[in-house]
Write a protein that binds this ligand. Sequence first.
Ligand SMILES: [Cu+2]
Length: 270
Amino acid sequence: MKIKVLLAMIACVAMLVACTDKAAEAETELWDTITKISSIGADSSKADHDYFFEHTTDNFIRGFGYPTEEACRADIEECIGDPLDPPVRANLTFDYEKSPLKAEMLLSLTEIEEGETFKTAFEVGFINDDGVWKADTMTAGDDEIPSGTPLVKVELNEMAFIYDTNDKNLLSGTFAFDIHNAGEQVHELVLVKIIKDGSLMDFFMNEDMEAFEFLGVKVPILPNRSAKMAVGELSAGRYGLVCFLPDQSVPGGEGPPHMAMGMISEFTVE
Ligand SMILES: [Cu+2]
């Protein structure tokens, strides 16, 4: 009896080890895929472009504003653009409970102001297509939010930021955003501090870069997905929320920016 139990236990342990090995193998493969995809830009070789399209689905390409692989290849300069900085492995986690498989990673990106690097979290969904892992979705992931930080809910839709500008936590300047995309298009949330007197819309229209300071961004946020965004401690003053993504009902990323259609908003910290 005892031996049977022992054998059963050994079998269980062996199975666990086998499963863990298989998971580790899959994770390495996924990791290599993400790293390779991130390194590919419009100027990369034909072989690299082929790799890109072999390891991404049309659904993933649609996130770039192009309906198919063919459309993206035809306008590759705009569609793929520049390579991304290498992702940071320490922040990679896998969630096997969800289907398609979700892999979270953190990329460091250089944004807007020269020399200023922002860390941005992305959650990538993979599907296994005949033994090949393909990136199928990419949406903004959660920032690390210090425990006890109050959350201010912001809903995104066509075409507005919906939130309570009288929320006491928002007014206090100490909070994190809990963003949800309730719309049908991909959105982003860009947070700026408004420095000059005047209309935020005018500053963007006139490209007056002195009039505001870029504080952070969550992009892209897919329909029906959420992301938590850390904002630090905001000092008293005017702040803006803006979405610059193009109207996706117009193909090829040629639509007007959501900002021009109403996705621009202002709040005050007291
Ligand atoms: Cu938008």
